[in-house]
Design a protein around this ligand. Structure first.
Ligand code: GDP
Length: 177
């Protein structure tokens, strides 16, 4: 449910990570652009967007950070992860390499964030049915091994994007409340 809130109960910082071109920016836009009053901030190489939602009668402002292409240069810094309560770890179901690189991303995330961070693995571009290079079962197994939540999305069609974010925010709420 959407809100134009007078008061915010919680602000949840969520980082979006994963290889270049997997659809991180598109996923973020899909989720954030639904907010009536969109707040977007662009600093040197880092930006975030917000969307305020209601979870269990609390007003929660999700502040979602995008690497803005920094991952190309392996320059995702400690500051990017600081204070993050959740992470969307994205790969492209049509590009095997983006899945094979996930272990490295998890390692970097764990090294730079709090133990209690909630991580959602996202197999994006699920609309590219013919080009699928990562079977869903592989991702389910990886997620289970690493203790991650998992969803397949299409930022193109919008399929599952909201659902995945809401699940992540609900899990974060369960941790912090
Ligand atoms: P980023 O580098 O991870 O932020 O990736 P972008 O969001 O810039 O997306 C990279 C490319 O993939 C762009 O050309 C997008 O239009 C395309 N793309 C992103 N999400 C999807 C999706 O769900 N399906 C398809 N078919 N293309 C997508």
């Amino acid at each position: 449910q959407e809100y134009v809130p007078e008061k915010v109960d919680y602000v949840f910082k969520v980082v979006v990570i994963g290889d270049s071109a997997v659809g991180k920016t598109q996923i973020l836009s899909r989720f954030a652009k639904k907010e009536f009053c969109l707040e977007s901030k662009s600093t040197i190489g880092v930006e975030f967007q917000t969307r305020t939602v209601s979870i269990k009668s609390k007003v929660i402002k999700a502040q979602i950070w995008d690497t803005a292409g920094q991952e190309r240069y392996r320059a995702v810094t400690t500051a990017y992860y600081r204070g993050a309560l959740g992470a969307m770890l994205v790969y492209d179901i049509s590009r095997r390499q983006s899945f094979d690189n996930l272990a490295r991303w998890v390692e970097e995330l764990r090294a730079n964030s709090d133990n209690s961070i909630v991580i959602m693995l996202i197999g994006n571009k699920a609309d590219l049915v013919e080009q699928r290079a990562v079977p869903t079962e592989d991702a389910v197994e990886f997620a289970k091994d690493q203790g991650l939540f998992f969803a397949e999305t299409s930022a193109l069609s919008g399929d599952n994007v909201d659902k995945a974010f809401f699940q992540l925010l609900e899990e974060i709420y369960a941790v912090v409340s």
